[in-house]
Design a protein around this ligand. Structure first.
Ligand code: ATP
Length: 314
């Protein structure tokens, strides 16, 4: 009979591969400053990683290819516009090797949902290819590459709860105690992030409002330090709520359904259309989830705990 061979790397006929899990994010605060001359806005945000995940599997291959399954898979591009593809290319170029890798994405994060799913896949591809190729780059090196790929990519590497400044790519950890119970309502269609920012600029201009420098309120940071979900629920803020609900009035019904079901706080996630609800505990989260399941404006409901760890090898 065949001798037992200890599990050291791939066996003959098996492809060498690694899998990385990456969390979605919600912005507990999202303060948007004036439009800059380069077309971006200065942001002050508090990112919070939650237990909704994408997985990125990277397998040795001669050329670069991306495949995808799961939540919203038909809307995910499989060419060089996919952020995971770009991440693999950037890493390969940086270390001076060929970008040969087969990336398989298993999506649990809604596409174009304001939860940074594409950014999560970029962070996941960086960590997966780094491990597969044995590049020897440090976590700081990966962070620099992440910031080149997109404003939300560094946080997807980092995870936990963190302040984001600049375009969101400058990350500073925030002290947060305890665990928070979240409910997420996915919408029927996605919402384009640039469209929501344009609508914000348009509404501000129409109202003659002068945008001020972005900032995060102390109440929110205090609530996080104390691990107090009631205080946190009252301190949630997102400047993109007004433009997103202006473009998509059905989101108001979603937010109201969660509020009426007893959520401690309601929040548009990033640029939407996903809505986030903070609940006091698991039982309250189940009540909020059940109410949202019945709302016609809602496509699907998920529960998750936060904070979650950043991109990590499984
Ligand atoms: P953010 O909150 O960072 O603005 P989002 O969560 O709203 O992002 P994503 O799911 O990241 O939106 O993707 C937005 C668009 O980017 C999609 O419509 C899709 O065409 C494109 N895209 C590129 N790469 C990916 C990817 N790996 N996964 C999902 N979408 C991707």
């Amino acid at each position: 009979s065949a001798a037992y061979i200890p599990d050291e790397g791939p066996r003959p006929g098996e492809t060498e591969s690694v899998t990385v899990r990456v969390p979605a994010k919600v912005n507990l605060a999202l303060s948007v400053g004036p439009l800059r001359s380069d077309g971006y806005h200065d942001l002050a945000t508090v990112f919070h990683a939650v237990g909704l995940f994408d997985e990125v599997n990277a397998a040795a291959a001669d050329t670069l290819a991306v495949t995808c399954e799961g939540e919203g898979q038909v809307e995910v591009p499989l060419d060089d516009t996919n952020l995971a593809w770009r991440a693999a290319e950037l890493l390969a170029r940086t270390v001076g090797r060929s970008p040969g890798v087969r990336l398989h994405l298993t999506k649990g994060i809604p596409v174009a949902g304001g939860m940074a799913g594409g950014s999560a896949d970029a962070a996941g591809a960086l960590v997966a290819c780094d491990a597969l190729w044995g590049t020897g780059l440090s976590r700081d090196d990966l962070h620099v590459l992440a910031a080149q790929l997109g404003s939300d990519v560094p946080f997807a590497l980092h995870g936990g709860t963190a302040m984001g400044t600049g375009r969101g790519e400058q990350i500073t950890p925030v002290l947060a105690r305890g665990e928070f119970h979240w409910v997420f309502a996915f919408a029927h269609d996605g919402l384009s992030t640039p469209a929501v920012f344009h609508e914000l600029d348009r509404l501000r201009e129409a109202a003659g409002e002068e945008a001020t420098a972005p900032g995060v309120e102390d109440e929110l940071l205090r609530a996080l330090r104390a691990g107090d979900s009631t205080l946190l629920g009252a301190a949630l803020r997102n400047d993109l709520t007004r433009p997103a609900t202006s473009l998509r009035p059905d989101l108001r019904a979603t937010l109201q359904a969660g509020r009426e079901a007893g959520a401690l706080g309601t929040l548009l996630s990033g640029s939407g259309p996903t809505c986030a609800f903070l609940a006091a505990d698991a039982v309250a989260a189940a009540t909020v989830a059940a109410a949202l399941e019945a709302a016609p404006s809602v496509r699907a409901v998920r529960r998750a705990l936060g904070p979650a760890a950043g991109a990590h090898l499984l």
